[in-house]
Structures are given as structure tokens and as C-alpha cells.
Design a protein. Structure first.
Length: 191
């Protein structure tokens, strides 16, 4: 778009947040939707292709297909294994496999971004919320989320923490870039 390789600008990341920073919402929103879509398509669509008898249940196959999409997003072969951080793709996969924990995570992300304007922090906390909420919903609400999904979401949360390690260091130093326009509470206080 506009002849710009976003990997050469901003954070150097090929994901939606950097696209949004460099190209504005008109460039960032389509990237976010495509990233979400590929995670959801892998989990909901590809996992349903009839391949015969598999050693895993359908829910586990869906999670593994979605996980493959996340890994392909973070380490794409066609760009020298330099892709995005996997948050939107993982969210798409999880929307297809565990929508209630994703709703909890979206609430945490929205609150974090509303309070801090820091998208990376919202992404990290959302990723950590999913396995915790899935386990709690299983334990106390009997939701029936497969244990493999809870384990994989915990692993995915660790992976998201790993891919955001530089963001965490910048947050700790107070240098992480924020989106002040998203801190709506500051606008409300000024009124």
C-alpha cells in the first residue's frame, strides 16, 4: 500500500499495529482483519477438511490448525521468517475455538488500552487472560473447554510474551509508544 514496506518503518514489524501507525486506520484495519481472518479460517475451515481418521478430537485439530497459522504469521517463509507478532492471528483462531475466553480477553485488552493507550500491553494482558479465563470457566462453569486448548493457550500466551519482549522492555522503561487518542478517559476528564 502506497509503495511502503512497513517492515522498514516504525517498529519494523509486519503486523497490524505497525501498519496502523505507518498507514493510519485505513491501512491498519485491513491488515488486522486479514490477520484475524487467517487464524479463524485455519481453525474453523481448514480443520474441517476430511482427512480421514485423526488421533485427535475435532476441537484439538482446530486449535492446532490455528496454531500453525499463528506460527506462519510470525515466521513467514516468504519474508525471511520476519512477520508480525501473532496477536490478531491468534485472536482469530481463538474466536473460532474459544469465543467466551476471547470475550474476556477483549474486555481486558479494551480496558488496558482505554487506561494506558498502549496496544502492546493490551495484547499481552489479553493473551494471558485467555488461558486463565478458560481454566476458570472450565472449573467453575463447566464449560467443557478441552484441556489441550487450555494448555495451548497457555503456551500461546508465553509465545506472545516472547514476541513482545522488546515491547515489555520499553514499557518498563516508559518508552513504549502509545496511542493517546485511545485514552478516552482523559478526554472525558477534560470536559
Amino acid at each position: 500500500m502506497r509503495g511502503i514496506d512497513i517492515r522498514e518503518h516504525g517498529s519494523g514489524n509486519a503486523g497490524a499495529t505497525n501498519a496502523w501507525r505507518i498507514l493510519g486506520w485505513r491501512g491498519g484495519l485491513p491488515v488486522a482483519l486479514i490477520d484475524l481472518g487467517k487464524g479463524a479460517a485455519a481453525a474453523a475451515g481448514i480443520s474441517r477438511i476430511p482427512l480421514g481418521a485423526l488421533p485427535l478430537d475435532a476441537a484439538s485439530v482446530a486449535v492446532l490448525c490455528g496454531l500453525a497459522a499463528v506460527l506462519g504469521h510470525v515466521f513467514p517463509v516468504y519474508t525471511g521468517f520476519r512477520g508480525g507478532k501473532g496477536v490478531a492471528t491468534a485472536a482469530g483462531m481463538l474466536l473460532a475455538t474459544a469465543p467466551i475466553p476471547v470475550g474476556c480477553a477483549l474486555g481486558v485488552a479494551a480496558l488496558t488500552i482505554f487506561l494506558t493507550g498502549t496496544i502492546s500491553l493490551g495484547s499481552i494482558l489479553a493473551a494471558c487472560t485467555i488461558p486463565i479465563s478458560a481454566w476458570l470457566l472450565n472449573r467453575f462453569a463447566g464449560l467443557g473447554i478441552p484441556s489441550l486448548l487450555i494448555g495451548l493457550t497457555a503456551g500461546l500466551a508465553a509465545f506472545i510474551l516472547y514476541t513482545h519482549r522488546t515491547n515489555l522492555a520499553r514499557v518498563a522503561r516508559g518508552e513504549e509508544r502509545t496511542f493517546p487518542k485511545l485514552q478516552l478517559w482523559k478526554r472525558w476528564l477534560k470536559r
